[in-house]
Ligand binder design. Sequence first.
Ligand SMILES: [Zn+2]
Length: 265
Amino acid sequence: MGAFRKTILMTMSFTLVLISCQTSPTGRRQLMIMPSDQMDAMGAQAFQEMKTQQTVERDAATNVYVKCVAQAITDAMDERRNWEVVVFRDNSANAFALPGGKIGVHTGLLKVALSPSQLAAVIGHEVGHVIAEHGNERVSQQFAAQGGLALVQGILSTREGKDYGLLMGALGLGTQFGVLMPFGRAQESEADKIGLELMARAGFDPRESVELWKNMARASGGSPPEFLSTHPSPDTRIRNLQDNMEPALNAFNSTTRRPTCRRSQ
Ligand SMILES: [Zn+2]
């Protein structure tokens, strides 16, 4: 066992004695066992793997566009950190964000998110999962439910290249890697709420989030896009967004920010 894993397992046992609870940005009680710098390291590692295993889109205009929208979102956050944004050439309508400040956007999403504001809605939602530390919460819940030392050991063993899927699953990237660990309902609606507020504060019209979900529903036709297979139905989504629309519109109307991100093509 490497020194790194040893340290983590020791940290884990100490943390278990303390059993740490914390409150999410929307006031929900959360069980948090993993040290957040460990989650950051896992996110960074997973992202690194993805960049080597998947095709990174190099088209300049597409990159400028996606990064413009993503940066407007991360600039609207309270916490200052540099987020790395990578566009992956992949036809699925998907995006994700990872602890450690990582954002991935699939080119397929640009066929469903038809405006900068719609893209901002998806990125805001994904970043919302990270801000509220849903990955940590999920690992902690699994740990509590299964006495999951094996789970944590499995996650840590990914450093030696095994159980890569488990790490990805814990981070919410399950469908790509065959381990499906979807976020729970409470986490999804929380990410919606945070995402809506973030996009509004960044100067994107929050009402466009509803349009995005209509597009998603339309695009899903027969087989659902990947994003939908791990997320609540568009109808649930739209209702949830409309419930939170008023404060979001206030935030949108009270900021002078109006990002000018130009869609490529
Ligand atoms: Zn989500």
